[in-house]
Design a protein around this ligand. Structure first.
Ligand code: TMP
Ligand code: MG
Length: 215
């Protein structure tokens, strides 16, 4: 069967503002792909369970303060430490559905004072390049209807508006396969849109080598 061994899996990333529904949609996508007979697994960044991830987690929970450049590099290191695993999974035919990736890294840090998009991208140059980046698009107004922000660092509407602008700049990069999905639709419609994009890219990516991000 064409879904089985011998072909690499696809690297699919979900990005978008807080409360756009990334985590829910990532879970549902993995489930749906498995039901279709694909091998699929979820992954998320930050992955808070490693030593580096614990530093980042405590920073986000405001239990520690870390200098801005330093924490940016830790977020990136948290991705790099997973690269061997990512490559191994893709090679073995597993499609990875990743909840946030380098785009979050750049969008969030570059929303701080005196951080250029250019500087923020550098540590992630050369990471496995996603075959598809789905941007779950939601207006700040729609997002605010979904309840209050949490209490973690960055969870304020002012900061999130800056982050949205930075995402828009990142989406101008046509060397990446960005697909914008309207996240204000019903959960079911959003799911179906993402699933369709994902199945198409799994078929397309299986004979292509994994690329290098921003390289
Ligand atoms: P989460 O809520 O999806 O676990 O993400 C935690 C926060 O970390 C979220 O506000 C986005 C932010 N973030 C960065 O600042 N840099 C990064 O590289 C990543 C992956 C997330
Ligand atoms: Mg969060």
């Amino acid at each position: 069967d064409w879904r089985m061994a011998g072909h690499r899996g696809a690297l699919i990333v979900l990005e978008g503002a807080d409360r756009a529904g990334k985590s829910t949609q990532a879970r549902r996508l993995v489930e749906a792909l498995r039901n279709q007979g694909y091998q699929a697994e979820g992954m998320r960044f930050p992955e808070r369970t490693t030593e580096i991830g614990r530093l980042v987690g405590s920073y986000l929970e405001k239990k520690s303060n870390i200098e801005d450049h330093t924490v940016h590099l830790l977020f990136s290191a948290n991705r790099w430490e997973h690269v061997p695993l990512i490559k191994e999974k893709l090679k073995s035919g597993i499609t990875l559905v990743v909840d946030r990736y380098a785009f979050s890294g750049v969008a969030f840090t570059s929303s701080k004072e005196n951080f250029s998009l250019h500087w923020c991208k550098q540590p992630d140059v050369g990471l496995p390049k996603p075959d598809l980046v789905v941007f779950l698009n939601i207006t700040p107004e729609e997002a605010s209807k979904r309840g209050d922000y949490g209490t973690e660092r960055y969870e304020t509407s002012d900061f999130q508006k800056k982050v949205q602008k930075r995402y828009a700049e990142l989406m101008d990069d046509k060397s990446l396969n960005w697909k914008v999905v309207d996240a204000a639709q019903s959960m079911e419609d959003v799911h179906n849109a993402i699933k369709q994009l994902s199945e198409a890219i799994i078929t397309e990516a299986r004979h292509q080598p994994v690329g290098k991000l921003w390289a």
